[in-house]
Design a protein. Structure first.
Length: 144
């Protein structure tokens, strides 16, 4: 079950990377405007709609490029590690944990610049994956 969850996460990150290739800053702005204009006409102080608008205005080509590269690489590395875990390679568990911890450290570093809620969500999910991988590793290690 844990591997399935990790696999789905990796696939979603890769899909998100490809989606981000398509959603350039202009498209994001138009989409957010379309999604929020009705709500803002009724309530100009709507927190979610205004947050989305701020996000769309700060979304740049650099942000898009970083997002594409990061999501594609993060997802691909996870899928390779999951394949190794699925094959029950005991050495892959510490490698997976170390890889996730490196991603977490980098995400926290990036958060200090961007204050992106997305990075917080990704970090929380990666922390969950570290915990689940550690539990699975202990189970595998002591059953051998």
């Amino acid at each position: 079950m844990t591997l399935l969850l990790k696999g789905i996460d990796g696939l979603l990150e890769i899909a998100g990377g490809f989606l981000m290739m398509y959603l350039n800053p202009d498209r994001i702005s138009r989409l957010v405007f379309l999604l929020t204009s009705h709500e803002l006409s009724e309530d100009p102080k709507d927190l979610i709609a205004n947050s989305l608008l701020r996000f769309s205005h700060s979304f740049s080509i650099g942000t898009q490029s970083f997002g594409v590269i990061y999501l594609l690489s993060h997802g691909a590395i996870k899928l390779v590690l999951i394949l190794l875990l699925w094959r029950r390679k005991l050495w892959a568990y510490p490698l997976t944990i170390a890889s996730l911890l490196l991603f977490i450290a980098y995400q926290i570093y990036r958060y200090t610049f961007s204050h992106s809620v997305f990075l917080l969500f990704l970090t929380a999910f990666d922390l969950l994956m570290v915990a689940l991988t550690e539990l699975e590793y202990r189970k595998m290690k002591y059953s051998v």
